[in-house]
Design a protein around this ligand. Structure first.
Ligand SMILES: [Zn+2]
Length: 419
């Protein structure tokens, strides 16, 4: 009996210990393993020395107020050149300063690829299939406020929107994720002190312009942008473009299929249910994801990381839970990108003389693609299309002519067009 009691006591102690270890509370200032801007930079410097054959970094712009560099890096074979024979993936850690978990996932996934691409066949295959681009934070000046331990609830950048010539934390700034030109709406978020303030005009912010230029230049196949729900209203949810009062984007079903794979691989932090694929209505408020998809054709996912525990949104978990969340999301990325690779058709578009047809506008699914710009064959005449598992063929329209691409075991196809 005594032995049993001790056993139970130990079990109880273990339970208490594991509760505190598993970070069911927000810890702020952030726990020690979280990155700050300077840690992001030192990792980039370290990786560029350690992995020169697959690593390339650049600065894509400077933040609006403090002129901090917005850093991107690429992990790919021949990283100094653009790869036209494979699709590009973009992982963005955060756009909202108060959402640091995505920075951790972004940096964690990059490190996982670098450490494993030589010894792990699955990761080597992923690197053969894609080139990977990363932006740990699109909002480095806002991230500095939050990651330095100064103030937890600063969402925006640091633009002096109340024009008093000093920075007011939690008040100043523009919500970069409301600042994009598609459906930019200053009437809903007109108050400059509102946490969702859309800015004085579309693309008024340096951060917005930097990422717009970058996305137009690179034309990503798939983009993931991580968020966390500070208020706890949409934790562990996956959003994609768009469902405007029942009007769905032309590739809504394709993106829903990809989001479903993400969801299957993402169990909740403190619940047994998986991340929810958001299929309901979405707002028309100048979202980054809607602009990026409509302008460049990228399949785009906003993933809201961080669970609910006892009705509280846990988005600054302690080190141990931070690591659990990072690992889970790395595996979700690996599994989803493998699925995407298997179901991606690589189409070469040539003319009658077998020359690649480059930068040709191509409509996918529907000829009258009014809400989104046509896709484009790239500088080598290649086009990458995801065909969901329940589809046997897809229709492409090039210069008003219809081409049928059948699904087959071979994920390559050639289309010859008459010019
Ligand atoms: Zn967010």
């Amino acid at each position: 009996m005594k032995v049993i009691q001790i056993k139970y006591l130990n079990l109880f102690a273990l339970l208490i210990l594991s509760c505190s270890l598993f970070g069911q509370v927000n810890k702020y200032p952030l726990d020690t393993d979280y990155h700050k801007n300077k840690d992001v930079l030192s990792s980039i410097n370290r990786w560029s020395k350690a992995y020169p054959s697959v690593f390339y970094s650049e600065v894509i712009g400077y933040s609006s107020n403090d002129k901090l560099p917005i850093r991107s890096f690429k992990i790919s074979f021949n990283p100094n050149e653009k790869q036209f024979d494979k699709p590009s993936i973009l992982i963005i850690g955060q756009i909202h300063a108060s959402e640091p978990l995505g920075v951790e996932i972004c940096m964690g996934f990059a490190e996982y690829l670098l450490k494993n691409y030589q010894k792990n066949e699955r990761i080597k295959s992923l690197l053969r299939a894609y080139s990977f681009h990363f932006i740990p934070t699109l909002n480095p000046e806002g991230f500095e406020v939050v990651s330095s331990g100064t103030y937890a609830n600063h969402r925006k950048n640091k633009s002096d929107t109340n024009a008093n010539k000093r920075f007011d934390r939690g008040i100043d700034g523009v919500d970069i994720n409301r600042n994009f030109p598609l459906n930019w709406n200053n009437e809903i978020q007109s108050l400059s002190t509102d946490p969702y303030y859309a800015g004085p005009s579309p693309a008024s912010e340096n951060e917005t312009i930097a990422i717009m230029d970058y996305m137009r230049r690179e034309r990503f196949y798939l983009t993931v942008n991580y968020h966390s729900s500070f208020l706890g209203d949409h934790n562990e949810r996956i959003f994609f473009p768009w469902n405007w009062s029942g009007t769905k984007s032309p590739h809504w079903h394709e993106m829903k299929a990809i989001a479903t794979i993400f969801s299957k691989n993402l169990k909740g932090d403190y619940s047994t249910s998986n991340y929810l694929v958001h299929t309901g209505n979405t707002s028309k408020v100048g979202f980054f994801r809607d602009w990026a998809y409509s302008e460049t054709g990228t399949y785009f996912f906003d993933i809201e990381v961080g669970g609910i525990y006892k009705k509280k949104s846990i988005i600054f978990p302690e080190n141990k839970m931070r690591q659990v969340i990072v690992n889970k999301n790395i595996q979700a990325l690996v599994n989803t990108l493998e699925y995407l690779d298997i179901n991606t058709k690589r189409i070469k578009i040539i003319n009658e003389n077998s020359k690649p047809v480059i930068l040709s506008p191509i409509c996918y699914n529907t000829l009258n693609q009014t809400q989104v710009k046509p896709l484009m064959s790239n500088e080598k005449g290649m086009l990458f299309i995801f065909i969901p598992q329940d589809k046997k063929k897809i229709n492409l329209y090039i210069a008003d002519k219809k081409y049928i691409v059948k699904k087959s075991n071979n994920n390559k196809a050639t289309i010859t067009i008459k010019e």
